[in-house]
Design a protein around this ligand. Structure first.
Ligand SMILES: Cc1ncc(COP(=O)(O)O)c(C=O)c1O
Length: 411
């Protein structure tokens, strides 16, 4: 690559690898300290500058000033909040992921990553006893996962009571031990809480049933959140009892097992989780108890199609996706809009074109036949055109080749 910025600098590489090897070999990992703002500001002062910096200096600032001001959740001396326990293997593979610029947006762009993602999700779904059709997605943490699941709960519930309940906000039954991210998600989603009183902080089916029976607006409740491993005390709610009530009342049953879900693997604790297999959605955080590095939360739905309906984004650039198959991510290559098999090279990039003879940009730009000015071209246009010409068009039967080829001279 011509640009120096993108060239591999082996001496910089050695510096970084040496640091990584030192950090990976720490035994025990040091706890480090709470930062001092004035000292951190002084260390960072002037670092972002037009002329750039010597890599050694940047690493020095990180190693000497920033890293020690980050409490190591993987230190054996970290006894606050929720610790992390990433294995050395998981951290090493995280380096490979970074060095490979991996993303897992879709099957189209990242089938290799999505296939592995689906396999890991399947293991967790099986552990919980979810049906074969269950599937989901990894997101950045339990808070994001709870928010995503509750959006689906809300919209699925809304569909059922559209027109019936006036303009009142949908509500979700929780306990006083429900994680704060649920309250936050409900606020963001314009939903309200029904806090079910509990005797000893463990939410049971009977308590839920009683609270709903005594509530004048119980019909506004569209979902219930049970916690499998509360943050304060590790309590697992009465999942089977809550599932029963949720089933009778048609409530979305969400299980927040972000913290405790890993205990599904412990035969001694597994019976506590009976009922999780009836969840509409559940969350478990591999970055907590499942030995993965930050950030990693698994979100699994009983019926991933419901989540797909709620979270699918509509945009011209996403036309090429055909979200089919198990899991939230599409697992089958997209097909030609003209129908499966109608466009033999459509198994790759050209299927983004609305018809075999209309390359993608013609649809994106309002005046068909006129290439858009470069400032208005869709960001994927060049890439798409190049790939389709290289790997597809030349192999397509003459009558099905695009009449207008745009892009690089090789096209
Ligand atoms: C029960 C529970 N749910 C959700 C979360 C939020 O997870 P995250 O910090 O990954 O967003 C936590 C975090 O401690 C938790 O204990």
């Amino acid at each position: 690559m011509g640009n120096e910025m993108f060239r591999y600098d082996s001496s910089m590489g050695e510096l970084v690898f040496e640091y990584c090897k030192m950090r990976l070999a720490l035994d025990p990992v040091s706890l480090d300290f709470v930062g001092n703002k004035a000292e951190l500001d002084a260390a960072l002062s002037g670092l972002v500058c037009p002329e750039g910096n010597d890599p050694g200096k940047v690493l020095e600032v990180f190693a000497d000033h920033l890293a020690p001001a980050i409490i190591s959740c993987d230190s054996p001396r970290f006894l606050a909040f929720i610790p992390a326990a990433p294995t050395r293997a998981s951290m090493l593979f995280d380096m490979i992921v970074s060095c490979s610029s991996l993303q897992g947006s879709s099957w189209l762009e990242a089938a290799g990553a999505v296939a592995a993602e689906n396999q890991a999700l399947r293991v967790l779904a099986d552990l919980a006893g979810m049906p074969p059709g269950a599937g989901g997605v990894f997101v950045s943490g339990g808070s994001a996962a709870n928010l995503s699941a509750l959006a689906v709960a809300r919209d699925t519930g809304r569909r059922d009571w559209r027109g019936r309940r006036g303009r009142r906000r949908p509500r979700v039954a929780v306990s006083d031990q429900t994680h704060s991210s649920i309250g936050n998600a409900l606020r963001l989603l314009d939903m309200a809480e029904l806090v079910v009183p509990t005797q000893d902080h463990r939410l049971t089916g009977d308590e839920l049933q009683r609270a709903l029976a005594g509530d004048r607006h119980a019909s506004d409740v569209v979902a219930v959140v049970a916690t499998a491993g509360t943050t304060n005390a590790g309590i697992v709610d009465d999942l089977a009892g809550i599932a029963e009530v949720a089933g009778h009342r048609g409530l979305w049953f969400h299980v927040d097992a972000a913290y405790g879900g890993a205990a599904l693997l412990a035969p001694s604790a597994r019976p506590l989780f009976t009922g999780i297999e009836r969840a509409d959605s559940f969350v478990v955080d591999p970055h907590k108890w499942l030995f993965a590095p930050f950030d990693c939360a698994a979100l699994i739905y009983r019926q991933p199609g419901l989540a797909r309906q709620v979270h699918t984004q509509q945009a011209v650039i996403w036309r090429s996706f055909t979200p089919t198959g198990p899991g939230i991510r599409a697992t089958t290559p997209f097909t030609s809009p003209a129908g499966p098999g109608a466009w033999p090279c459509g198994s790759r990039w050209l299927c983004t074109a609305p018809t075999p003879t209309a390359p993608r940009w013609r649809r994106c730009w309002p005046r068909p036949g006129t290439p858009p000015p470069s400032s208005r071209r869709p960001s994927t246009w060049n890439w798409c055109a190049t790939r389709c010409c290289r790997s597809c068009c030349s192999g397509a039967p003459a009558g099905k080749r695009p009449t207008t080829t745009v892009g690089r001279p090789s096209c």
